[in-house]
Design a protein around this ligand. Structure first.
Ligand code: SAM
Length: 329
């Protein structure tokens, strides 16, 4: 078990914390090793995960501003982008880049800085770091090393959109960005079809039209909402059935801005869902059955059916698993 509070006496000898300075196996006094590690962890600085606005600068919290002012270093997805925010609030803290291309090395570098007693704030370009944004490696690595990780909450497009969507919020499934490739996107939608919770996606404006069409074909004509430009001047919620939204957003060249797409879950549409005519997974399962009846083994049948439907083998496998799960419920 790993705890996220500082070690109490009982934890000092319990080795509940990750090793900053592991002693070689079988050597040294394990108790002293644990005490040393816990002491070093206590001397380490804190990693703050700071949410920043997703549009409206007034949405930053007093606490976030104080932390950004007080830390030794701010790790930013894009230092130029964040420096505009810092400049707006008169914050002069030093910044360093931390993005998807240097995550691995930077996570270790930042952990060394934290271990030396300095405190670091992690921010992304907008919203909450790690939510479809970099930061996972750093947080994971800090936790492993016993460094304290403190979240500073604020805006996240997923929750902001959901709160005003009018769709059920008691359960929701955040799926992040759908794959850009059409086949992979369809496979993913198929996998999500049976989930009885509101589905939430981040989507790019040039793909929303294709995604709405695919969602309608694969999930049925469910209630959905497109939330655009949240907290900004041209904030807009478009509500309706997927068929209506597909029509409204059919000209992708006219769609601009940042988008959250929400689709009601399986159970929210008991009688209204127009079941998709022949879903990809049903076609796949039917073809696999057919090939197996003709003598193919299951592996060969799946390979052949995937090829015929233009699917990659791992996509086909995932679809078959999702279809099996649906059949068994
Ligand atoms: N970390 C961010 C968060 O907490 O929401 C998300 C970062 S992700 C790279 C960017 C995507 O989030 C956008 O493509 C869009 O789908 C969504 N998003 C961010 N800001 C938004 C806004 N103001 N209105 C609508 N969607 C937004």
């Amino acid at each position: 078990m790993r705890r996220s509070t500082w070690p109490r006496c009982s934890e000092l000898s319990g080795g509940a914390f990750g090793c900053l300075f592991p002693l070689p196996a079988g050597e040294g006094d394990p108790f002293i090793g644990d005490v040393l590690n816990a002491t070093m962890a206590r001397m380490a600085g804190t990693l703050y995960i700071v949410a920043t606005p997703i549009g409206n600068l007034e949405d930053i919290s007093q606490r976030a501003l104080r932390i950004l002012r007080e830390v030794d270093l701010i790790a930013c997805e894009d230092t130029r982008h964040t420096s505009k925010l810092l400049h707006h609030f008169g914050i002069e803290t030093k910044t360093i880049s931390y993005h998807e291309h240097n995550e691995r090395e930077r996570a270790e570098e930042l952990c060394s800085i934290l271990a030396s007693g300095k405190s670091v704030a992690l921010v992304s370009d907008a919203g909450t770091p790690l939510i479809s944004d970099p930061g996972f490696r750093l947080v994971n690595s800090a936790i492993e090393k016993g460094i304290s990780v403190v979240p500073i909450p604020g805006a996240a497009a997923v929750v902001t959109a959901l709160a005003a969507s009018g769709l059920p919020t008691d359960q929701f499934y955040f799926a992040g960005f759908l794959p850009a490739r059409a086949n992979a996107r369809r496979t993913k939608l198929e996998e999500l079809a049976a989930i009885p919770a509101t589905l939430v996606f981040y989507e790019a404006p040039h793909r929303i039209s294709a995604t709405l069409r695919d969602a309608m074909n694969l999930l049925g004509d469910r209630e959905a909402v497109v939330a655009r430009e949240l907290t900004k001047l041209h904030e807009e919620f478009t509500r309706g059935r997927l068929s209506e939204l597909a029509e409204a957003f059919s000209k992708s060249e006219n769609v601009r801005g940042e988008i959250v797409l929400m689709i009601s879950g399986e159970s929210a549409n008991p009688e209204s869902t127009t079941a998709p005519a022949t879903s990809l997974s049903k076609q796949l399962a039917a073809r696999v059955d057919e090939l197996m009846r003709a003598g193919d083994d299951s592996k060969g049948a799946l390979k052949q059916a995937a090829r015929e439907l233009g699917l990659k083998r791992d996509e086909a496998y995932r679809l078959m698993e999702a279809q099996k799960k649906r059949r068994s419920t």
